[in-house]
Design a binder for this molecule. Structure first.
Ligand code: LLP
Length: 430
């Protein structure tokens, strides 16, 4: 995985060749800055691993929930990846970016009829189906539209990944999917096979997010391949696809020790290949759907420091012009980030501060116990690894407009998302 593409020149933090202090001046703050090269490098590393260890027999679908905007869809498409969408909104964004819909997997544990209709008429490649009720509705709507919809059935393999409980999904007790151990996975498969407008392409699992180990992925592959073998023997049907989800961990701070894509994927790809050879079957079409690891390391958020308040013997609050509205992850998960004073990026970090936002809410913080160099009002504060689950989880709490986003390549920035205006926020009010 590539990170940030940072350099320090004349004391300023540069992102992919662009001076972040100048970017803050030109586009104002808060500002999301994405390095296009970092996104592209991740896409290529992922594809490279599939080519090297699995004869290119698969598709990486970018989980767009991490950052779903048209520019991201265009870059992902130009790198030859597919897309994982999880709502009507994400489907529409992909469509608006002219993303090839046959390369879209459509997820979600409670798709509405309207979304199902939209997905089928857009021609999405595969629906990832969570439950029987959904199957019934897809079958009915596909019938009305005169189509047969390919699906992947979402299975919970019972693999416990060591990650935050909010982003853990592979265990039996999950709102997602049908568990193998309880027999629910067999039930939903048998049921799907009876439906005329449904074609089961294969199976899907996702064990969690921000995972730093290889073993859970190999274990998930083992459980899923055994399940497929047993199901094929039991039903005399054959399935072509297996998607093993996303979840590759990234580095937010020095505490995080992420593996490279090669390190994560080699064992699981080698395992799947060996298994298929052992059982005498051709390679199953394999999918992975990373979101965080493609978008996250490419993003930096720039803020302007508004005030520095020292409470003697307690702590120092550094207030910035954004906060939980553009990055709710510290509030939600206690997620740690790395902070840099972008206009004095070469200075030693010898202060410990609390970085807080501008919302009327005491918990509105971006980090506590944060290491920072000398800091004053007017400084530009950069937060790294904010490309995933920041803009996509942003809100208008306190009627704060969502920030703009630029993409940078070879020192040149271009606007990808315009800053929201006050008028836009009031527009829908009657
Ligand atoms: N596939 C499925 C079915 C998923 O549910 C997810 C993430 C992914 C792929 C992508 O996982 P990734 O590679 O990004 O780890 N808001 C949380 C993360 C929630 C992840 C939800 N599902 C956060 O900010 O950490």
């Amino acid at each position: 995985m590539t990170y940030g593409d940072y350099e320090i020149k004349n004391g300023h933090l540069y992102i992919s060749g662009a001076d972040s202090v100048e970017l803050a001046k030109e586009y104002s703050t808060p500002l999301y800055v994405m390095s296009e090269d970092v996104v592209r490098a991740s896409c290529r590393e992922l594809k490279g691993a599939l080519d090297k260890y699995y004869e290119s027999n698969g598709l990486i679908t970018y989980a767009s929930k991490a950052l779903c905007i048209k520019e991201m869809c265009r870059i992902i498409d130009s790198e030859g990846l597919g897309l994982d969408a999880v709502s009507g909104g994400e489907l529409c964004t992909a469509k608006a970016a002219s993303f090839p819909m046959e390369k879209v997997n459509y997820h979600g544990n409670n798709k509405t009829d309207e979304e199902i209709r939209m997905g089928i008429s857009f021609g999405v490649g595969r629906f990832v189906v969570d439950n029987k009720e959904e199957l019934i509705r897809i079958d009915k709507i596909a019938d009305e539209l005169g189509k047969v919809q390919k699906v992947l059935l979402r299975i919970t393999p019972g693999v416990d990944a060591h990650t935050h409980s909010f982003v853990k999904t592979g265990q039996i007790d999950s709102k997602f999917g049908s568990a193998i151990q309880t027999g629910a996975a067999d039930d939903i498969t048998d049921f799907a096979l009876t439906l005329e407008n449904i074609q089961i392409a294969g199976f899907h699992c996702h064990i969690g997010s921000q995972i730093f180990e290889q073993e859970p992925f190999v274990e998930a592959a083992r459980v899923m391949l055994d399940f497929i073998d047993e199901t094929e023997a039991r039903t005399a049907c054959f399935f072509t696809d297996l998607v093993l989800g996303g979840g590759f961990g990234i580095k937010y701070t020095e505490e995080d020790k992420p593996l490279s894509y090669d390190e994560i994927l080699r064992p699981v790809l080698t395992y799947v290949k060996a298994h298929r050879e052992k059982v005498g079957k051709k390679l199953i079409h394999l999918g992975f759907e990373p979101g965080r690891s493609i978008a996250g390391p490419a993003g930096t958020t720039l803020y302007t420091v508004g005030s520095v308040k020292e409470i003697p013997n307690i702590r120092t609050y550094v207030s910035v012009d954004g906060g939980m509205t553009d990055n709710p992850r510290y509030m939600l998960y206690g997620s740690k980030y790395t902070f840099i004073i972008a206009n004095r990026a070469d200075k030693k970090k010898d202060n410990i501060v609390t970085v807080c936002g501008k919302c009327c809410e005491s918990g509105d913080m971006l980090g506590e116990g944060v290491e920072l160099s000398e800091v004053h009002a007017g400084d530009i504060l950069a937060v790294t690894s904010t490309g995933a689950y920041n803009y996509s989880m942003a809100s208008n709490y306190n009627r704060i407009p969502r920030p703009a986003m630029v993409f940078v390549k070879n020192g040149e920035a271009r606007l990808a998302v315009r800053r929201e205006t006050y008028e836009e926020m009031c527009e829908r009010d009657i």
